[in-house]
Write a protein that binds this ligand. Structure first.
Ligand code: GLC
Ligand code: CA
Length: 556
């Protein structure tokens, strides 16, 4: 595996709408982000991914783009964006944008023109079909509920495809003219000095054609898009072409949001000369999810968590680099998901952070993770903004859950959990805005906020800083970035341990993933304690006793 400039970095995702509002309109913006660059530098972040800030009706919070060449005025101007890129550069930081090209917005000019003339140039940018004898071309269910087919405005029996929301018409990648448009746009942004992109929902660009039905998997008579994706062959041709025509020319960094890739294609995706630099590891995120919907998702245990991480690690060993996350803007807060509610505290949060940072791959923080932000408790479904949660709520009701039960299930999985404003301080609205925040601030902000943690050496925030410093420590950098991961004690329950080994160094990471203490024996003891999430470590000869949720990094 070739070494790359970004391997030893630390990345951070910003959800701009909820980060920092500079002008009091309740919406986070680019000037707000610029004002926090020094903070991110202090934390130790190198690469920053911004969720979409292009012009958008915000039906799916910017993942529905109506103009790829402009910044939505709610987030700022093109000058602000250029300033952000320049200010980041001054601090040796890199900016990534979100590349959303499986679909655009139904308010994009291309789609408007397609509606005017479905047989013309722009009609061919989309998938537009006639209903044959009143029957839709296929029975796929959109990711956000209902059929993937929606009536083309202004036409009685024409339909367009949308794998996501009906305000997100799919772009037709089979059309070379459309692909050219996309490549031109990507290069236009790279010319502006972006370091690269996070690439949205990209596996979906290849459809299994011709349209066909799959067996219905719910009472609505529809089927999950997953079945189609299993049949779709040839996404690599599009991805390889995109890489060669764009990213490769700039040595750009790309992180793919890839679900459902085929096992044998992994080296094509993230090997040397892969389609992407890296892709996110979603194995824990999807663990326990159900075809029936969010209401049916299982709680994930410490042993599940461990198996997911180790499976992912084994899968990519010698092939490429994963990007490791605890959460993102589509997931609940990781500390609320992977730690039992009654045990969620600073120590367990730091344990999770240790595991996430010490396995191999690029650590990709999500805003607020560094201060241990938690899920919000919804009082009512009216507080929810996210289209996906609103759909899943209906799915839960239809399945027979009471409104209270459905709300509780949404509370566990809602994407809004991660989208509440960043908790900067204990001032009004957590210091996020002087106006009215677009989404309710988590009421726990007086306890969980950056200002309270910044000068507290024992805070979650300061612990993240230590983890980042360890990753960058010249003495340990090599083994942490490139060392092979070897699992240990996998037959034990609630214990996650592994070695990281390079030619001349071995680290041992041990996490006691439970509230009770436990003792482990290390033959040969250890040479040095590099990091612990608690001030004390009890050790005697070859045995060490870890307190509940204690995690340690040892040199052995
Ligand atoms: C990705 C994004 C998600 C969005 C979807 C459609 O999964 O992360 O937020 O809703 O794609 O663009
Ligand atoms: Ca604002």
């Amino acid at each position: 595996m070739q070494k790359k400039w970004w391997h030893e970095k630390v990345a951070y995702q910003i959800y701009p709408k909820s980060y920092c509002d500079s002008n009091g309109d309740g919406i986070g913006d680019l000037q707000g982000i610029i004002s926090k660059l020094d903070y991110l530098k202090e934390l130790g972040v190198d690469i920053i991914w911004l969720s979409p800030i292009y012009c958008s009706p915000l039906a799916d919070q910017g993942y529905d783009i109506s103009d790829y060449y402009n910044i939505d005025p709610r987030f700022g101007t093109m000058e602000d964006m250029e300033q952000l890129i320049a200010e980041a550069k001054k601090r040796d930081m890199y900016i990534l944008m979100d590349l959303v090209v499986n679909h655009c917005s139904d308010e994009h000019e291309w789609f408007r023109k397609a509606c005017e003339d479905p047989d013309g140039k722009y009609g061919k940018y989309f998938y537009i079909e006639d209903a044959r004898d009143g029957k839709l071309p296929c029975n796929w269910r959109s990711y956000f509920g209902g059929s993937v087919w929606e009536k083309l405005p202004g036409h009685e029996d024409k339909y367009y495809l949308h794998l996501f929301h009906k305000k997100q018409p799919d772009l037709n990648w089979e059309n070379p003219e459309l692909r050219e448009e996309v490549y031109t746009m990507i290069n236009w942004w790279l010319d502006k000095g972006l370091a690269g992109f996070r690439i949205d929902a990209i596996i979906n660009i290849k459809k299994a054609l011709p349209w066909k039905d799959y067996p219905a998997d719910r009472e609505d008579g529809l089927c999950s898009v997953q079945y189609m994706l299993k049949d779709a062959v040839g996404v690599g041709d599009f991805l390889g072409e995109m890489r060669d025509r764009t990213f490769k020319l700039y040595d750009a960094f790309t992180a793919g949001e890839v679900f459902n890739e085929k096992e044998e294609e992994l080296p094509d995706f993230i090997g040397d000369n892969g389609y992407f630099s890296t892709m996110f590891d979603f194995r824990e995120a999807v663990c326990g999810t159900s075809d029936k919907g969010w209401y049916d998702c299982k709680i994930i245990t410490p042993d599940d968590y461990r198996s997911c991480v180790f499976e992912s690690q084994a899968r990519v060993e010698g092939v490429g680099f994963l990007s490791n996350i605890i959460e993102n803007h589509d997931e609940p807060r990781g500390v609320s998901r992977y730690i039992p509610e009654r045990d969620c505290c600073d120590t367990s949060k730091k344990m999770l952070a240790t595991l996430n940072f010490m396995v191999k791959g690029l650590p990709f923080l999500y805003q607020g993770q560094e201060i241990g932000m938690e899920n919000i408790k919804f009082e009512s479904i009216d507080e929810v903004d996210d289209i996906s949660t609103l759909d899943e709520y209906q799915v839960a009701l239809k399945a027979g859950l009471s409104p209270e039960e459905a709300l509780k299930a949404m509370g566990r999985f809602s994407r809004d959990n991660a989208r509440t404003p960043f908790q900067w301080s204990s001032e009004a609205n957590a210091g996020f805005t002087t106006g009215t925040p677009w989404l309710r601030v988590n009421p726990n902000y007086p306890e969980i906020n950056l200002a309270a943690q910044r000068n507290d050496p024992d805070s979650v925030y300061q612990y993240y800083r230590k983890l980042i410093a360890l990753r960058k420590d010249p003495e340990y950098k090599d083994v942490i970035v490139y060392g092979t991961l070897i699992p240990l004690w996998e037959d034990q329950t609630n214990l996650m341990a592994f070695y990281r080994k390079s030619e001349n160094q071995t680290l041992l990471v041990i996490a006691n993933y439970q509230r009770d203490p436990r003792t482990v024996t290390l033959e040969g003891g250890f040479r040095k304690l590099l990091l612990s999430n608690l001030p004390e470590l009890t050790s005697e000869g070859c045995t060490i006793t870890l307190a509940g949720y204690q995690a340690v990094v040892l040199e052995v």
